[in-house]
Design a protein around this ligand. Structure first.
Ligand code: HEC
Ligand code: HEC
Length: 418
């Protein structure tokens, strides 16, 4: 029956007056139902619009990145005994770190579209690398890649083994502008970083992400630096055996109840200064590590000088005495107890035992005019005379500085679907 027919029929129906309210009632119920359905549809429509506001982000990252429900980077638990923090000028935000995560894993940041930050900073290795020199877009790195765990929790604000970056923000675009690493150096035929920015500006997910974080889609070097720094500073690790012990003891010098006797001995040796030869009444002959790698952050003393490792990665005949800034000593080993790659700026040491043997006997080398006075020992060099059980104890203690979460937590993993 058509509507027309209905209307034609209508005048012919003689209804008792009493039927009218019922008809009205039915009409009202029907109208309410129609309106309700319409609003439901509208509500659904709104939901769909919310997701579809970021179609390019959805296409590139799927559920790995949900801009309506960001991963938790800002609200992570930081133990009360951790007091050093270099993030004041560029605090970590969930939105900024999310953009930083995309940039960190994006191979588009290299001229060859083959190398991302993560190519050399691997999550499975505490964001370090297994090889002495990592392979970049145009060649090998000059030094060994550094682990990036707890970079935020350090007094030192400068970055790189030789502190040549004045801040983390400054650091983050240096690999991009390095010929070997990512290749946008702007020198000797390389395109400059402006070319990279134009390239990223044409990628739809960056339009959405920069707008989401900064209010408009314009990409600048500063915006990239801030976002990448926020991501790097978000990478934290406080679920180690050391942290469990420290939370209970709340005092570095007290034995930890969750430690073995060997680990507690190693802790004592790490913390205590080395006894000068012949010093009277020294309660414990320490190894003096704490003077430079300061627990509970295990960040480096900003005044530390060179530690006696002076060769050049891949070229042991050359010397380099400028390296004074190792990453935090946390997560030297992975959860399986294997080293996260190699140690020192030249990747010359591959085990904790090797590290401890180095410090046990440091001879004076006249070439090294930058050797830290604490290791020079008045020109005599350092001779800790550690026994094998003492060396093993220090290694056992260093092994307690590794956590688990940082290696697998998805918020620090690649967001790309392919
Ligand atoms: C080709 C390998 C490679 C790539 C790509 C790379 N890095 Fe590195 N990274 C290194 C090496 C090697 C060092 C140490 C260099 C030095 O000190 O001279 C380093 C050092 C760092 C440091 C300093 C850590 C500290 O404690 O001082 C940070 C932070 C860092 N990289 C972040 C990044 C970011 C962010 C990117 C991407 C924009 C990136 N890296 C790309 C190899 C790489
Ligand atoms: C005088 C300061 C100083 C003292 C004391 C010191 N270190 Fe170091 N340590 C450094 C410096 C500087 C580096 C970076 C050296 C390099 O790569 O050129 C370093 C590097 C390391 C590394 C390698 C880190 C990495 O990421 O590759 C380990 C492990 C280490 N030290 C452990 C120890 C232990 C254990 C002790 C005590 C036995 C100790 N250090 C004492 C200054 C010091």
């Amino acid at each position: 029956m058509t509507v027309g027919n209905c209307q034609q029929e209508h005048p012919m129906i003689k209804e008792p007056i009493i039927m009218r309210p019922n008809k009205l009632f039915v009409f009202a119920v029907l109208a309410a139902f129609v309106l309700f359905t319409f609003f439901q549809a509208c509500k659904k429509g709104t939901d769909t619009t919310l997701i579809n506001t970021y179609p390019a982000v959805l296409a590139a990252f799927g559920s790995n990145i949900d801009l309506n429900n960001l991963s938790n980077y800002t609200g992570q638990t930081i133990p009360a005994y951790i007091t050093k923090d270099n993030s004041a000028a560029d605090p970590v935000t969930n939105a900024g770190a999310t953009l930083g995560r995309v940039l960190f894993y994006d191979k588009n940041l290299s001229v060859t579209n083959t190398i991302a930050c993560a190519s050399c900073h691997k999550q499975s290795m505490a964001f370090g690398d297994s090889v002495i020199q990592s392979l970049g877009a145009n060649g090998l790195t000059a030094r060994h890649s550094m682990r990036l765990v707890n970079a935020r929790f350090a007094q030192e604000v400068r970055f790189f083994w030789d502190k040549r970056a004045a801040s983390l923000e400054d650091q983050t675009t240096q690999p991009i502008q390095n010929h070997n690493e990512m290749g946008y150096s702007g020198a000797n035929g390389d395109p400059g970083i402006g070319v990279l920015i134009a390239k990223l500006q044409a990628i739809p997910y960056y339009n959405e992400l920069f707008k989401f974080v900064y209010g408009d889609s314009v990409i600048t070097q500063t915006r990239m630096q801030n976002a990448m720094s926020q991501f790097v500073r978000s990478i934290q690790s406080f679920d180690s055996k050391f942290d469990a012990g420290m939370a209970v003891a709340n005092n570095l010098n007290q034995d930890f109840s969750n430690y073995t006797a060997q680990e507690n001995l190693g802790k004592q040796l790490f913390l205590a200064p080395p006894a000068l030869p012949g010093a009277p009444g020294v309660p414990i002959l320490g190894a003096g590590c704490q003077g430079c790698h300061r627990a509970p952050e295990f960040d480096i003393d900003p005044n530390a000088a060179n530690n006696g490792i002076i060769s050049v990665a891949g070229n042991p005949l050359l010397t380099d005495i400028t390296n004074t800034n190792p990453p935090s000593l946390r997560n030297l080993l992975n959860p399986a107890g294997k080293p996260n790659g190699l140690f020192m700026h030249d990747g010359s040491i591959n085990s904790l035992a090797g590290v401890i043997n180095h410090y046990n006997l440091i001879a004076i080398n006249p070439i090294n005019t930058n050797l830290d006075p604490r290791l020079a020992n008045g020109g005599k060099g350092q001779s800790l005379n550690l026994s094998q059980p003492q060396k093993d104890a220090i290694a056992a203690f260093l092994a307690t500085l590794s956590g688990n979460d940082v290696y697998t937590n998805k918020k620090w993993a690649s967001p790309f679907l392919k």
